[in-house]
Design a protein around this ligand. Sequence first.
Ligand SMILES: [Zn+2]
Length: 334
Amino acid sequence: MNAPAPVQDLPGWDENAEVDLGPPHAVATEHGRFYSDPGTGVLLRSVTNAIDQLAKEGLPQGAATFTTDYMINRLPELLRAARDPDDLAAFRKKASFAYKEEWERRAELGSRTHRQVEARNLGAPIAPDPEVEPFLDSYVRWLSDFGVNLGTPGGPSDIKAAECTVLNRSLGYGGTSDLWVHLRFPSPTSPLVPKHRPRKVPANPLPTPSGLWLVDVKTSIKYPASLMRESFPMQLAALRRAEVALICPPECRYGAAEGHDASHEHPVPPFAGVAILNLRTDAYGFIPLTAAPDEEEQRAFDAFLGLHPVSDYVDDLDLRPYKPIQPPTRRDAA
Ligand SMILES: [Zn+2]
């Protein structure tokens, strides 16, 4: 298998990790997350922001199930509230927003897991986070099972970059690479975990060339470790095709930075493979997507790029002037 080009060891990002849950250079806007290019000040749409244009079939069902359970668990309260219209209206409001609060809580748990994982990668001190501990345990098991050597803090490590902001200025997007990690496999393909083997399609082994891998870490308290979504190949194809990785001091984080220079920018290296690492409280699932950038991956990337004009159009659209008009037969129409 082809060995990837050697990469410079990049320091991970740790400054201010305690106070900022968003990745470096990320900016929250009313149109979702963007990355502020410290070289130009231009806002580049985030990879996941563009992918959010895809309707996610599972979301309405998930919200409906959560809301139904919420009400079943509060039946006595609902029955009491039903005696008074104001109480019932208040209950209705609370119940209909409950899933949003839960969604936000889960997203926040994901961010906290990323921070704990990053601290572990760097050997950096971090306050323990008991709720995140089971996810971190699964991560540590993955490191051990896949023979990932973190080395000593500051020394050489199999992890070449963590939580790294990457930009594609030519095509106008940015994102965060969770892990660039050197992985060694005993053979060019690896068999599937028996309990996750599909029944209706051939359970072929997946290509696992040794070399530098781009890995995206996903946490969930609900979905199985085998979870694979249609958006994942698009996301990884986009991250893989980013042009530069930014390793900037804190003063470069917001908008165009005077102090920003070429020494903060590193070319994104070629990757031997890309994968999803699903972290769960009791397990992990490491799912290689595609190894060499092939036709299938190109289609994923083209699909991702196709979402950009949709995102731009929707963001710019002003629906306010569009209202019903008066009928032409009406005499006083002005
Ligand atoms: Zn910089």
